[in-house]
Design a protein around this ligand. Structure first.
Ligand SMILES: Cc1cc2nc3c(=O)[nH]c(=O)nc-3n(C[C@H](O)[C@H](O)[C@H](O)COP(=O)(O)OP(=O)(O)OC[C@H]3O[C@@H](n4cnc5c(N)ncnc54)[C@H](O)[C@@H]3O)c2cc1C
Ligand SMILES: O=C(O)[C@@H]1CCCC=N1
Length: 388
């Protein structure tokens, strides 16, 4: 008997997707190891920070359908652990009334019977004070949307995983993967053998995948997470039910902005630009481009008159983008016992519980609960490189 530990499943990466996948595997009685390169909790990937938006408002039906069940799964976790992870605020979606993206979101909401309120120019400020609706923009509120308490959610799901007997090893970086019927995973601290491997390494996905002969067309960008100070304290507060908001892309790609009510830092509203500049995930802090902040300053000055148009706090986070901004949820093309969850393209947090369920199903060889064709690796065709 060698000293190498053996598992039914090893999951690499304890961000939101790896943590929910490990939890689902443990619920399915799999002896599961969750490996994380940094000491937990950490702020070096994509899942840190106190808040994320949860919404059903999407351009595509398949996301709205997945969110129907996902809300249930978030609520189940809240009950199971006895913690509050979601607060309903609504999501105000705004965009050029006749633009394709705005209309797609509006019709997806209607078709799927998501409770909404359509605002007019006349009643807008009565419902949403301290906000200027841009000329020509339409506005619809997804009532079901709100804020997820992200850090708390991560801690909770990791805790539940451990209660189920799951093992987390943090400060243990995966250095090598040897695919095969039994996969060998070598870390900075040990060697593990596992029947099944799940790779949920966020911005580091391609680094890990290079050991398996695969490279995906992923782009890692740094996001400046900006907080803006209220002129009158409380005017954009979550307690006053100020909603989350999202601008759909119009003619001007400039208007790709979203915000959350003031919550985690009293008196500060989180407003970010939904794009950033390319970065190496290990050199994130060397990326100092602030052109997104200029765009945000102009927007805040124009549309949010109750905020000081200069960020009071700027933090950092990363997106891992696919060319079409849809996720990668698939088996490895050459090794069916390796499953990949990657490319969450800056909108994956809210899906954590359903991603965990789907990656667990893929890993166990079960038929996935949803049509995963939008998320298959084969859609990239020529862009998928062999790393061998
Ligand atoms: C500013 C910002 C705002 C966002 N807002 C929203 C929102 O409002 N709503 C929403 O739904 N989504 C949002 N997102 C997106 C969402 O947060 C991400 O899609 C999600 O967190 C991705 O999770 P992940 O588990 O794939 O990646 P990560 O959280 O990065 O997890 C990957 C983990 O793998 C670990 N790892 C990597 N390599 C190794 C290795 N070799 N060995 C061991 N461990 C390794 C990393 O350290 C990391 O902990 C936002 C993202 C950002 C950055
Ligand atoms: O996923 C989300 O809801 C947010 C808002 C839009 C841009 C990215 N994340």
């Amino acid at each position: 008997m060698s000293s190498t530990e053996e598992y039914d499943c090893v999951v690499i990466g304890a961000g939101v997707q790896g943590s929910f996948t490990a939890y689902r595997l443990a619920k399915n009685n799999q002896r599961t190891l969750l490996l994380e390169q940094f000491v937990l909790p950490h702020t070096r990937g994509s899942s840190h920070g106190q808040t994320r938006i949860i919404r059903k408002a999407y351009e595509q039906d398949f996301y709205t359908h997945m969110m129907e069940e996902c809300y249930e799964l978030w609520a189940q976790l809240e009950r199971e652990a006895g913690v509050r992870l979601y607060r309903q605020t609504g999501l105000l979606v705004m965009g050029p009334e006749n633009s394709q993206n705005y209309q797609l979101i509006k019709t997806t909401l209607e078709r799927n019977k998501v409770p909404t309120v359509v605002l007019t120019r006349d009643n807008f400020s009565q419902h949403i004070p301290n906000f200027n609706l841009a000329e020509g923009d339409g506005a619809v509120v997804d009532i079901t949307a709100g804020v997820l308490y992200a850090d708390r959610a991560l801690k909770t799901v990791q805790g539940q995983f451990q209660k189920l007997g799951g093992i987390i090893r943090d400060k243990e970086k995966v250095m090598d993967i040897k695919p095969g019927p039994v996969v060998t995973v070598s870390t900075s601290a040990g060697v593990y053998r596992t029947k099944r491997l799940v790779i949920t390494a966020g911005p580091w996905a391609n680094r890990l995948l290079s050991h398996t002969g695969l490279q995906l067309p992923l782009e890692v960008v740094k996001i400046n997470v900006c907080y803006w100070k209220e002129k009158v304290p409380g005017s954009y507060d979550v307690k006053r039910r100020f909603p989350c908001f999202l601008l759909t892309e119009g003619e001007e790609a400039d208007e790709h902005i979203y915000g959350l009510p003031s919550n985690e830092y009293p008196g500060l509203v989180k407003i970010c630009y939904h794009m950033g500049s390319e970065t190496d995930p290990d050199q994130r802090d060397k990326q100092t481009d602030r052109s997104d902040i200029d765009i945000l300053q102009r927007y805040v000055a124009r549309c949010l008159p109750g905020l000081i148009p200069e960020p009071a706090v700027v933090e950092s986070c990363m997106y891992t983008l696919t060319p079409d901004r849809h996720f990668v949820l698939d088996r490895h093309p050459n090794h069916s016992n390796i499953v990949i969850g990657a490319g969450f393209s800056g909108h994956g947090f809210k899906f954590g519980p359903i991603i965990g369920k789907l990656l667990c199903e893929l890993s166990l060889g079960e038929v996935p609960s949803y049509d995963l064709s939008p998320f298959r690796i084969t859609r990239f065709q020529a862009k998928t490189k062999s790393a061998l």
